[in-house]
Design a protein around this ligand. Structure first.
Ligand SMILES: [Zn+2]
Length: 342
């Protein structure tokens, strides 16, 4: 089969479009003919060698996969060849105390498909049959592939972690990212008011189209001052962050008393200084978030049936242009998901 593979860590030039062996399946797995695979920042970290010991080499990235079932193992029931499917990106043992209470991503055995296993930048991928989900009727392969990881992450951050409720205000950093564009929509479904930031006017306009009530240009405007202004001095109850170092101090200054900061990533770096006085006097909560549970993914997917949530596809590249697609993501030129068509 054709696949995009890297044999050593480094820049986008390490991605090679080449022939690779078709994956084998065991009796509980299925072989998927990949039709679309969306990019995530995780792919760039994997290629760059961050936590490289977790990456099977040579490596095929790609955690957000849609396609058709091409083959199933002997023990796999309820799936037919040719079914159109989307793949849940998390694998866990399903039996430990975390898995059985809905906290799959805390499982000792938790792995992300396409990061800690071989992924969907390829014509075929093997996945555990229990990770197969049907594609919501309205969605194309490209749209379906752009949903799982970011909507699961945004849902877990805003519901299970920070308990965002109707009438509260959330500050969403980086609305142009996949997870930011998902967060705006999830927050609106929950009945919250949304302040979204982005780096240019075109992205701010798109954020408003997705439902953001106010937008702030984080390059040219003072974010904490603007948050204070648009909320009539009340500030944000929840800050939704995936940027880390560059936004940390501004997030602290943007939070209302009792505010919750929830973070799922550090695209700008992972070191920050904390003035503990902010935390105890204003009774802030700082929360980490990583992926989410299978039940949460099923719940968030149900909102695509009635159109209350919509995939945000920035652009579609052919598989052999994966390096260009990743470069677009690294330069933050995108709004929503960049998808490879296979
Ligand atoms: Zn488990």
């Amino acid at each position: 089969m054709k696949a995009v593979v890297f044999h050593e860590f480094g820049g986008p030039e390490k991605l090679r479009y080449e022939d690779a062996p078709e994956p084998k399946i065991n009796e509980t797995e299925a072989l998927i003919r990949v039709r679309a695979c969306a990019l995530n920042h995780l792919d760039i970290w994997a290629r760059g060698g961050t936590r490289g010991e977790r990456i099977p080499m040579p490596h095929i990235s790609g955690s957000d996969i849609s396609g058709e079932i091409a083959k199933v193992g002997n023990l796999v029931k309820d799936h037919n060849l040719g079914d159109k499917v989307v793949i849940a990106p998390g694998i866990s043992d399903g039996t430990c105390e975390y898995c059985t209470s809905g906290w799959d991503s805390l499982c000792e055995q938790y792995r992300i498909i396409g990061y800690e296993t071989q992924g969907g930048y390829a014509e075929y991928v093997s996945v555990p049959a229990q990770n197969i989900l049907s594609i919501p009727d309205k969605l194309t392969f490209e749209e379906a592939a752009s949903v799982p990881l970011v909507f699961l992450t945004a849902w877990h951050m805003l519901t299970t972690r920070s308990h965002l409720t109707a009438g509260e205000t959330v500050l969403v950093w980086g609305a142009g990212s996949g997870v930011g564009s998902a967060a705006i929509q999830v927050a609106k479904v929950l009945g919250a008011r949304v302040i979204a930031t982005a780096g240019n006017d075109e992205k701010l306009e798109k954020a408003r189209e997705l439902g953001a009530d106010w937008t702030i240009n984080h390059h040219s405007q003072d974010v904490p001052a603007e948050v204070k202004r648009v909320t009539n001095g009340k500030k944000a109850n929840v800050v939704f962050d995936h940027i880390g170092q560059a936004t940390w101090e501004k997030s602290m200054r943007s939070m209302a008393p009792g505010g919750r900061l929830v973070n799922c990533g550090v695209t700008s770096g992972g070191k920050a200084e904390i003035d503990i006085r902010y935390i105890f006097v204003r009774q802030f909560s700082l929360m980490g978030s990583y992926m989410g549970g299978r039940g949460e993914l099923l719940k968030v997917l149900s909102f695509f049936e009635d159109g209350r949530l919509k995939p945000v596809v920035d652009s579609v590249y052919p598989l052999n242009q994966a390096a260009s697609a990743q470069s677009r993501m690294e330069k933050s030129e995108h709004f929503g998901k960049i998808v490879l068509k296979v």
